[in-house]
Design a protein around this ligand. Structure first.
Ligand SMILES: Cc1cc2nc3c(=O)[nH]c(=O)nc-3n(C[C@H](O)[C@H](O)[C@H](O)COP(=O)(O)OP(=O)(O)OC[C@H]3O[C@@H](n4cnc5c(N)ncnc54)[C@H](O)[C@@H]3O)c2cc1C
Ligand code: HEM
Length: 693
């Protein structure tokens, strides 16, 4: 066994006695946890596909040790060095958590339960008291009193219904799946309605169907639906319009966050209709060709000319309708465009080759032009109609793009660029006529790198800050080029400052921005209780929200404790790299030191990646958390969302809690699952909003 490992184990053996005592205490406390209904389960739910990996990888020497089986050094278990005000208790697998074993916590939880009950009781008693006082007054007061009681009863009944478990469950389902399902079903029904109506008309009232039969009816019905879907598909990608819509009451009834899903649904309908349309016309063309061929046979009579707008006498050749006529040529090009757009939009291509997706997607412009001219030759004796369907959405989308182009022309002054550890670049830009809400994002363009490329980044500063900031994870082509441009010497810390002077000397300004645009996180103000979960760079929207809270609080000079509408925030930040936490620890430290904010904010930081032996030693002696320099401890391992949501439903019985997640998809699925599972437990209404970069 190598020396380091031996020393480490020796140290633990020396303290065996203390550990045994600790274990006894643990067992007692576990029992107490169970008594107050809190799970102390040791099995964190894995959120990574790669479950075989140990979730804490250690220095080489400790590689073969099961980290969670290591006895926890007693110094770490001493809660005094850390702040211990949190209500959420984590699994013992998150090993540096004295909190999970603290008596103080259990008392607190008891208190919370008792307090919430007391509050309900005291409200009731207050109502009763009021009623009693009123009873001592005159008759009018008596009547008022009766009314009050009635009202109270009504409110009580309403509360009972609206806060009942079954109602919350239904509302939860409705919010998470219901509205989207309903909109999807409504849209499919609309398509069916339009389709059936068209089919009926074609079959019964169109003479051509006598000649071409069902293939004609199907292809005409599909054509109508192509028009419908080509019109609607543009609506969910009107970013500015949707950002505006988020601020209206419509946001409560339509899941705007799922706008891209709706766009994909329209694309899927287009795909199905295109197939039906093409197959229908191929069959019809075959029939027409066969009919026209009868000209050469004196015993047969061609009737195609009676029904269609074609001159049979000079009908060219068999391939004419397929490949040489206007509908044939435009149709096949549209199908090709559609196949390209469809395949390049698939996640497997879009994820690694976003630019390809982006440029191919702009084939939608020739697609619409071709669609307008598709029926130009009027072979079916019909005036072309497509333009009527698509003109309005196309104009709307063009206005949207013009707004973007106009706004995008404005360059911004880059005031500061800071290189953070773990390859994150912070840009601070001067704020000029740029109003935004916390949680929103903007598009950034750097003409020196790529003239037409606009990349979305969440705004990390708050609306009251004098600057606009973004934190950029250096991941791919564009971000790497930006990194090289601003940080050629690969330094850490402030890498560019006061660029103002160089920029105004006639040099091209470095950056352009367009925005802001709405995002799910901006709904945070709707809730009094919040759970904010950021994974890695997904923490960016929450930085803006937390900064905003701090600014709001600073502005409030009087001692009104209740001016912050938010009652409680659980901020959970998960990262693989310990250095990542430095991106926002300055903000978090400020928040921790603000008494009023600290009373509503709970910070839970999880390090899921490597922990060095050095760190291990430092953790033991640190006054503050050695990783983040915060009073709040960093926890090692993955958060157990089952336990977290279980506790939240206990701490917020009969309350609404907004859960916001931003990060990778896999963890998002885990949180969605647990959020749905615990929604309505203890009549706590968990409402989930997620955002994936
Ligand atoms: C609403 C939103 C907010 C975001 N906020 C942040 C943030 O605060 N910090 C951060 O580091 N990253 C954020 N991102 C991700 C960021 O936009 C990409 O990491 C960045 O564009 C990568 O570009 P690249 O060429 O360097 O990398 P690439 O390797 O080319 O792209 C990596 C991935 O980034 C995405 N991406 C690339 N270009 C674009 C684009 N023009 N538009 C949309 N997605 C693109 C694609 O999914 C792509 O697969 C956000 C993304 C979205 C959609
Ligand atoms: C003919 C069919 C289609 C048309 C006309 C169309 C049109 C558009 C338009 C105009 C945009 C907005 C670009 C912007 O301004 O931001 C867009 C975005 C998008 N489309 Fe399509 N599209 C079609 C098919 C598809 C298909 C088949 C898919 C996927 C299955 C798809 C997925 C997307 C996605 C994911 C975006 C958002 C890109 C982003 O902003 O990140 N589209 N589409």
């Amino acid at each position: 066994m190598n020396l380091n490992k031996e020393l480490e184990l020796q140290e633990f053996q020396n303290q065996e006695q203390q550990q045994q005592q600790q274990q006894l205490q643990d067992q007692k406390l576990d029992q107490q946890y169970k008594d107050v209904g809190i799970s102390t389960t040791n099995d964190p739910i894995p959120y990574s596909q790669d479950d075989s990996k140990p979730f804490i990888s250690m220095h080489e020497e400790l590689k073969n040790l099961e980290f969670q089986n290591l006895p926890i050094p007693p110094t770490i278990q001493t809660p005094k060095v850390y702040r211990n005000t949190n209500n959420l208790v984590h699994s013992k697998n998150n090993i540096s958590i004295p909190i999970s074993l603290s008596q103080e916590n259990i008392v607190k939880l008891d208190k919370v339960d008792i307090e919430s009950n007391d509050q309900i009781n005291s409200n009731n008693t207050n109502n009763d008291d009021n009623n009693n006082n009123n009873n001592n007054n005159n008759n009018i007061n008596n009547n008022n009193n009766k009314n009050n009681i009635k009202n109270n009863e009504k409110i009580g009944l309403r509360n009972k219904i609206f806060k009942s478990k079954i109602f919350i469950k239904i509302r939860g389902w409705w919010w998470h799946r219901g509205i989207a399902t309903y909109i999807m079903l409504f849209y499919i029904a609309l398509n069916l309605g339009v389709g059936v109506h068209m089919f009926y008309n074609m079959y019964n009232h169109n003479k051509i169907s006598e000649f071409l039969g069902l293939s004609f009816c199907f292809s005409r019905t599909a054509a109508r639906l192509i028009n419908l879907n080509s019109a609607v598909i543009l609506l969910p990608v009107l970013r500015n319009f949707l950002s505006w819509l988020r601020g209206t009451i419509v946001n409560n009834y339509i899941p705007i966050d799922k706008h891209l899903n709706f766009h994909k649904l329209c694309a899927f309908m287009l795909f199905c209709c295109t197939i039906i349309h093409c197959v229908g016309h191929y069959i019809s063309f075959k029939k027409i060709n066969n009919d026209v061929a009868k000209i050469n046979n004196p015993n047969e009579e061609s009737i195609a000319g009676n029904y269609l707008n074609i001159d049979i006498g000079v009908f060219p050749d068999e391939k004419y309708l397929f490949f040489k006529s206007v509908p044939g040529i435009t149709g096949h090009i549209m199908v090709l465009i559609f196949i390209l757009m469809f395949t390049s939009s698939m996640w497997r291509i879009r994820r690694p080759m976003f630019e390809i997706f982006w440029y191919v997607h702009h084939l939608f412009i020739p697609y619409y032009i071709l669609l307008c001219f598709h029926g130009y030759s009027k072979i079916l004796k019909k005036e072309p109609q497509s333009w009527m369907w698509i003109i309005a959405p196309f104009i709307l989308y063009s206005i949207e793009r013009l707004i973007r182009i106009a706004r995008g022309k404005k360059t911004v002054i880059l005031e500061k660029a800071i290189m953070h550890p773990s390859k994150v670049l912070e840009l601070r830009m001067k704020r000029e006529n740029f109003n935004f809400k916390p949680g929103q994002y903007l598009f950034l363009n750097c003409p020196a790198i790529a003239y037409h490329e606009w990349h979305p980044f969440t705004i990390t500063s708050a609306p009251d800050d004098p600057f606009i900031s973004v934190h950029i994870n250096i991941v791919g082509n564009w971000t790497k080029k930006l990194f090289r441009l601003l940080n050629p010497d690969n330094k850490l810390g402030v890498i560019q400052e006061d660029l103002k002077s160089t920029q105004t000397r006639g040099k091209r300004r470095i950056l352009k921005i367009d925005g802001p645009f709405g995002a799910p996180a901006e709904n945070f103000f709707k809730y009094r209780n919040l759970v904010l979960v950021g994974a890695g760079i997904g923490v960016t929207p929450f930085s803006s929200i937390l900064r905003h809270l701090k600014n709001q609080n600073d502005k409030q000079t009087n001692a009104d404790e209740n001016h912050l509408k938010i009652k409680k925030i659980y901020f959970i930040w998960i990262s693989r790299q310990k250095n990542s936490f430095q991106w926002f620890t300055d903000v978090l430290a400020e928040l921790e030191n603000d008494e009023r904010i600290d009373s509503i904010l709970e910070i839970h930081i999880f390090l899921t990646g490597a922990l060095e032996l050095d760190d291990y030693a430092k953790i033991k002696n640190a006054e503050k958390c050695h990783i983040t320099n915060l009073h709040t401890k960093t926890l090692f391992g993955r958060p157990n969302f089952r336990s977290i949501f279980n506790q939240i439903t206990q701490l917020h019985q009969r309350e609404k809690v907004g859960v916001f997640y931003c990060g990778n998809k896999t963890l998002g699925k885990n949180i969605t699952k647990n959020c749905n599972k615990f929604n309505a437990k203890n009549n706590c209404h968990l409402i989930f909003h997620k955002e994936n970069f």
